[in-house]
Design a protein around this ligand. Structure first.
Ligand SMILES: NC(=O)c1ccc[n+]([C@@H]2O[C@H](COP(=O)([O-])OP(=O)(O)OC[C@H]3O[C@@H](n4cnc5c(N)ncnc54)[C@H](OP(=O)(O)O)[C@@H]3O)[C@@H](O)[C@H]2O)c1
Length: 263
């Protein structure tokens, strides 16, 4: 199955790198980008053919993947429409199935929301399918992203909430790691020590949540012996309102995603 990426920046590039790492044949992935210079970089970094000819990319692909910024999508639609009808997967924020179906009438369209850990095979991709997508096309679309992480089909009405948690989520987790490390530095650790400790703790804790089969809240309570030092720290986190801060963070992210959808 040949994939044609239109756009291969932060997100498109992460997906291509993840797919190549997963063993997807490099010759079955092509990308087109805006500048010749960047096309060369994509070929060097991902090992796949890259050009600036969107029509060629759309023509030669079995499935087209749109990975340009939301505002660029209208510009590239005529290039896709010049090809014969085929499944089109779009990850552009705010590009609802309704908008995609209006731009590509009668085409099988799939809305997704991936995240950058796909580059390492540890991503998660949200899916919503348009009405013209066959069962076989659904399966094909999901199987691409299942190679590089988890896939979840959710009602489209929940896409903005999902986007905030899993697609913007990595940035919030990076911020947490950074803040945890900085707090360690403030207590005398070197920056290198603090970052190593904070990073491996987040990796290990995430794996514990995955494997222990109890909720993260219960795990936190299990680690915190009453009257002990972890409990003293958790008390401060609760009092200072990490829950509230995250609630507002996700709320602001959802509100911004909703603005994009209205454009
Ligand atoms: N970044 C994330 O974490 C993330 C997560 C989920 C979804 N998304 C979605 O993914 C999409 C891409 O985001 P990004 O962060 O990857 O953006 P980005 O890094 O700016 O990449 C955009 C890509 O589009 C290319 N491009 C621009 N104009 C083009 C045109 N006319 N024809 C073909 N290619 C063109 C750019 O090529 P040049 O480099 O040559 O200009 C670049 O390769 C967005 O719609 C975003 O909503 C991003």
């Amino acid at each position: 199955m040949k994939l044609g990426f239109i756009g291969a920046g932060e997100m498109g590039g992460a997906i291509i790198r993840g797919l190549v790492k997963s063993g997807w044949p490099k010759e079955d992935i092509a990308a087109s980008v805006h500048s010749q210079e960047f096309a060369q970089r994509v070929t060097e970094q991902c090992g796949v053919y890259a050009c600036t000819d969107n029509r060629r990319t759309a023509q030669e692909a079995d499935i087209v993947v749109i990975a340009v910024k939301p505002g660029i999508v209208p510009q590239i639609m005529p290039d896709i429409l010049a090809a014969e009808k085929k499944p089109v997967i779009c990850m552009a924020l705010g590009w609802t199935l309704e908008k995609l179906q209006a731009a590509l009438p009668g085409w099988p369209v799939v809305r997704i929301m991936p995240n950058t850990p796909l580059a390492l095979g540890e991503g998660i991709t949200l899916f919503a399918f348009g009405e013209n997508v066959s069962a076989q096309e659904r399966q094909a679309a999901e199987s691409i992203f299942a190679r590089i992480g988890k896939t979840v089909e959710i009602p489209e009405s929940l896409f903005d909430a999902g986007t905030a948690v899993s697609s913007s989520g990595p940035a919030f987790v990076y911020y947490f790691i950074d803040a945890l490390a900085k707090a360690g530095v403030a207590q005398g650790l070197t920056e290198k020590q603090a970052v190593t400790l904070a990073l491996q703790t987040v990796v290990g804790a995430a794996k514990m949540v995955e494997h222990e089969g109890i909720s993260p809240a219960e795990l936190a309570q299990k680690v915190a012996t009453p009257g002990g030092c972890t409990a003293a720290g958790l008390d401060v986190l609760t009092t200072m309102g990490l829950d509230e801060a995250l609630d507002k963070t996700i709320g602001a992210t959802v509100a911004k995603a909703q603005e994009f959808a209205k454009k």
